[in-house]
Write a protein that binds this ligand. Sequence first.
Ligand SMILES: C[S@@+](CC[C@H](N)C(=O)[O-])C[C@H]1O[C@@H](n2cnc3c(N)ncnc32)[C@H](O)[C@@H]1O
Length: 206
Amino acid sequence: MGLLRTYFNNTRKPEGPLGRSMLSGMNREHARVSDWGMAHLRGVQASRIVELGCGGGRNVGELLQRYPNAHLVAVDYSSESLAKTARLNGPLVAQGRCELLEADVSQLPMDDATFDLATAFETVYFWPGPVRSFAEVRRVIAPGGTFLIVNESDGMNPADEKWKRIIDGLNIYTPDQLRGFLNQAGFSHIEVDHDRKAHRLCVLAR
Ligand SMILES: C[S@@+](CC[C@H](N)C(=O)[O-])C[C@H]1O[C@@H](n2cnc3c(N)ncnc32)[C@H](O)[C@@H]1O
């Protein structure tokens, strides 16, 4: 595997020094699309949040600022991602507002109906299924809760094809595909904001 492939495969599961470097880069590079996506949470109440595929943890702090009374569980299957999230959000972890959990989103070690809000920024591309993973998210969300998906790629940009060749297991979904998967996973109300110009999308599923 060439160095380029080795480096970019750290987007799927950050590991070691290259993974640490990738996590810092993703915290910076994903900030804009993440904030755009989070703006769609206006009006969504939440006190129990699960941030899935948290990566370097930049969005943990942002979410807890938006929801000052909430408790958040940051989930990732990469120990490197969780270590970076812990370093970046030390005070929130110390206060008990942020808990870290190493787990695969397709098998969450949590009770049914535990959360009001589940978030996934730039990560569903890699999830097993994905219907199986979305059904697992639905299981842990309480009735009436919300699942937010934010992707900076909409599956309609020919320029993104190169990433599929470089990054193993990368699937870039169109808005219609995501709608279909979420429906199959048992979500009933699905709203998609598709920014065709920027090729980015934000999904709110309930
Ligand atoms: C491209 S990074 C995005 C990280 C962060 N959400 C962001 O926006 O910068 C994808 C993250 O999802 C995690 N991830 C991918 N598949 C996962 C799975 N099945 N279960 C848990 N975490 C997963 C990876 O380890 C990685 O930290």
